[in-house]
Design a protein around this ligand. Structure first.
Ligand code: BGC
Length: 420
């Protein structure tokens, strides 16, 4: 066991609006749940009731010594119809941000995290030619209304996961399976990001703006097999690098069509969401036999976080925020261990030349985990969905101690019975 110095990294947690707020019936995931797609039959309309209980949640965050927090705003609450903005919803977000600031917790706001307002979804979502215009009208309204309280923004969360599941595999809304549509979603999301970046900087020159991208390690299952090697390279490119490069520089990468935006530099930080590794056999992603898995069967591979940080530090040469990293551990049996090994991987990445400035653990509390519903628990804080009661888990106490000390000491590892 080793000590880990984290004094140069701000520690916090991340959530997304639809997954924790509850109460909103105007978004695409509410409709997807109503149509019966969620494995346990739950719906984001319940979630954690955070829209009403945010004061209590922020008090818990403060008691856990958190310094930063990544949260989302729900587009369909703010703009329930194309021509209607809801000033009351904005007031709630203003209260929430004010409460965070008063608690000494710096907010990073995500503008789009998988969910669309129904009117936007019905008009074709991000496949529609005018979708960047619609997105920008929401961004302008929201940023103008919140910019005195927040200067850090994630425009779009995981464009790759959103496009792949919604438009290629068809398991997420709107359930389409079309390569052509997947590519037009990528392209319109890239245009939306570039325009949002420019708009935010025009009204808030000192803002920090980026995306949160889902990065995996893809590796050939048979290291010397040429097909596996090609498969791993192709997946890395098609799933992650093509769209991040396009969004970072406003220059479309093959096979995307030209964006027709000015080339530039459209990331102020690189947001990295890291969860796991895939081995590649032929052109199929598979799980490495014999490796530790979480409760959703995802490989637990801390070294991948270090590898991703080092690789993308070289590629983009900008500060990295780990905008998400966490695991599904329904009984909180290995989350503390996960935290230890992944935070050690971040420290190792920095020792090797990366510049990771933030780490946002996914997630602050158990929440509505998309197709898995309420049954997959990623939280540092336990939610009783029937009563709404919150309880800090043992792993949450460990993380709170780490945040207090700014390091992982031998005493902390002993206190929380963490083993190598
Ligand atoms: C998403 C989160 C999700 C998490 C765990 C990420 O891909 O951004 O919304 O809950 O993974 O599956």
């Amino acid at each position: 066991m080793r000590e880990v110095d984290l004094s140069n990294i701000l520690l916090g947690t991340a959530t997304a609006a639809t997954q924790i707020e509850g109460g909103d019936r105007a978004n695409s995931w509410y409709d997807w749940a109503e149509a019966g797609h969620i494995k346990d039959g739950s719906s984001p309309v319940r979630a954690c009731g955070h829209f009403e209980r945010f004061r209590e949640d922020i008090a818990i965050m403060k008691s856990m010594n958190m310094r930063v927090y990544r949260l989302g705003v729900e587009w369909s609450r703010i703009q329930p119809e194309r021509d209607k903005f809801d000033a009351d919803a904005i007031l709630v977000y203003r209260d929430l941000l004010g409460e965070l600031i008063a608690a000494g917790i710096k907010p990073l706001v995500t503008l789009h995290h998988f969910t669309n307002p129904r009117w936007f979804e019905q008009a074709g979502g991000f496949t529609a030619k005018d979708s960047p215009d619609a997105f920008i009208s929401f961004v302008r309204y929201t940023v103008d209304a919140l910019k005195d309280l927040c200067s850090e923004w994630v425009t779009i969360n995981e464009p790759n996961v959103y496009a792949a599941f919604g438009y290629f595999y068809g398991t997420w809304p709107p359930g389409h399976k079309s390569f052509k549509e997947t590519m037009s979603v990528f392209r319109n999301m890239a245009i939306s990001h570039v325009r949002a970046y420019d708009y935010i900087h025009s009204v808030q020159p000192g803002a920090s703006v980026g995306i949160a991208q889902h990065y995996r390690v893809f590796e050939p299952l048979r290291p010397k097999n040429i097909i596996d090697k090609l498969g791993a390279r192709a997946m890395t490119y098609i799933f992650q690098d093509m769209i991040s490069d396009t969004m970072a520089y406003g220059k479309s990468r093959f096979p995307l069509k030209r964006l027709k935006v000015k080339r530039g530099r459209y990331f102020d930080f690189l947001g990295v969401n890291y969860y796991s590794r895939f081995m590649v056999k032929g052109f199929e992603p598979v799980t490495k036999p014999g490796t530790p898995l979480n409760d959703l069967g995802w490989e637990i591979y801390p070294d991948g976080l270090k590898r991703v940080c080092l690789k993308y530090q070289k590629r983009y040469k900008m500060p990295i925020y780990i905008t998400e990293n966490g695991t599904c551990d329904n009984s909180d049996a290995f989350r503390a261990q996960f935290l230890y090994t992944h935070l050690a991987a971040v420290a190792d990445a920095n020792a090797g030349g990366a510049n990771v400035e933030r780490y946002y653990h996914w997630s602050f509390m158990d929440n509505f985990e998309w197709l898995e519903g309420e049954e997959a628990r990623f939280g540092l804080v336990h939610i009783d969905y029937e009563t709404g009661t919150r309880n800090i888990k043992d792993s949450g106490r460990f993380y709170a101690d780490i945040a207090k000390e700014g390091r992982i000491t031998k005493e902390l590892l002993d206190k929380h019975s963490i083993k190598e």
